[in-house]
Design a protein around this ligand. Sequence first.
Ligand SMILES: [Cu+2]
Length: 502
Amino acid sequence: MTRSSLPLLRRLAAGVAFFLGATAGRASEGTVLAKPGGVPLAADLPRETAVLTRPPQVPPPIARRHPAKVIVNLEVVELTKRMADGVEYTFWTYGGEVPGLFIRVREGDVVEFHLNNHPSSKVPHNIDLHAVTGPGGGAASTFTAPGHSSQFTFTALNSGLYVYHCATAPVPMHIANGMYGLILVEPRDGLPPVDREYYVMQGDFYTQGAHGEPGLQIFDNLKAIDERPTYILFNGEVGALVGDRALQAKVGEKVRLYFGVGGPNVTSSFHVIGEIFDTVYSEGGMGRTQTNVQTTMVPAGGSTIVDFKVDVPGTLVLVDHSLSRAFNKGAIGMIKVSGPETPVIYSGKEVDEVYLGEASDAGAASSRREAELVAKRAEVIASNVEIGNITREIQLERGKKVYLTSCFACHMATGEGLPGVFPPLAKSDYLQADKTRAIRNVTKGLSGPITVNGKAYNNIMPPQVLDDDQVANVLTYVMNSWGNDYGVVTRDDVKRARAGNP
Ligand SMILES: [Cu+2]
């Protein structure tokens, strides 16, 4: 290499670097890096990680005006939390929330999607994003066992507000447990600006206990199949958007709601009491389809975007205008609008408690207090020996009646069973060893080889169709009769065992 050629090489290198820089710069405007088909080369797009938000918050509008490679990390978590005052439920969630975390991308973005299933999960999950063009909307690529992760990539070809949900069998059960959320694919030029954006989703829930029955509630598959929801909720909880947790706005502001219905079954007659939607993007499409709308229909697995300016102070009430769902099943939320009165538009008093009934602030406070007292009473009763003994005696008598109806034909009135055919329950070491297993033997049935008191049995016990109380009572009877002294089975024990928890 000669001395004089060195500076030339340097100049050449600088030129190449300049050329690459220019290409990257222009690529970021989405003009250069296109294959003949017009689709950008994902590898060359600028990368960013999506900001996901918990409901009712929405990620900020996308400011960039070029496509990007967007990384989405979403974790599935199964967790027990409040459904109503005193009522708990084991929700299956995307990101620990019902609905799942809000995802916001831009039309033309290439989305690298990572679905992680937390190691503590009991079952596998996946995700079907309605924004995806491709098999199962991603479900085919994301079936993920507990403790594992899946990844797939899609291009957000169509702008719109889309539902995502779990599509693992039994699908209605995964959705009824809370596995849905929204992904917004903003149009290339964004949406018209507003002052506040909120995220609300409606879902129907099915519990074995009646509406309001305290304790940990279990999913009721028959109610789900019959479409008889116990709860219909905004954001997965009675009162998620009520009182201190109401949405906020100020007089004169423009509010936008991203509203979706997870289902699994019930459509929404979505309405805001005291407002008129200035603009509706029906069914989550991007055409502004209507102005001055009172109520908009949102299907299960569908969405809508509504914009409205709030003109007067007070409380606006979000409802499913199929109103028993609002006043009796929980589908009620609030927007508290603060600011100066505008008597020309509206002169009058607040939405009052006579109208809102138990959903009013006073009603919500009263429900909370009642739940506290019920829990306290249960504690006092449990710690009182005399009441405890009487309770057990009542349980024994009730359990005996169940036994005489459902069990004695095989296990005999004496609990001795039939040698080689029906195992004994009297002095059974198998029964004594594991209470949860005994509950499952009754609720799910039992077959295959077992050994009881050293003798082998290999027969079939059919599942017993009994409610939680009946199972608790009959097992308490069996475990305290014929010389057995194996302790008490409570309704909560049965609930936990049915839910698959130890
Ligand atoms: Cu799932």
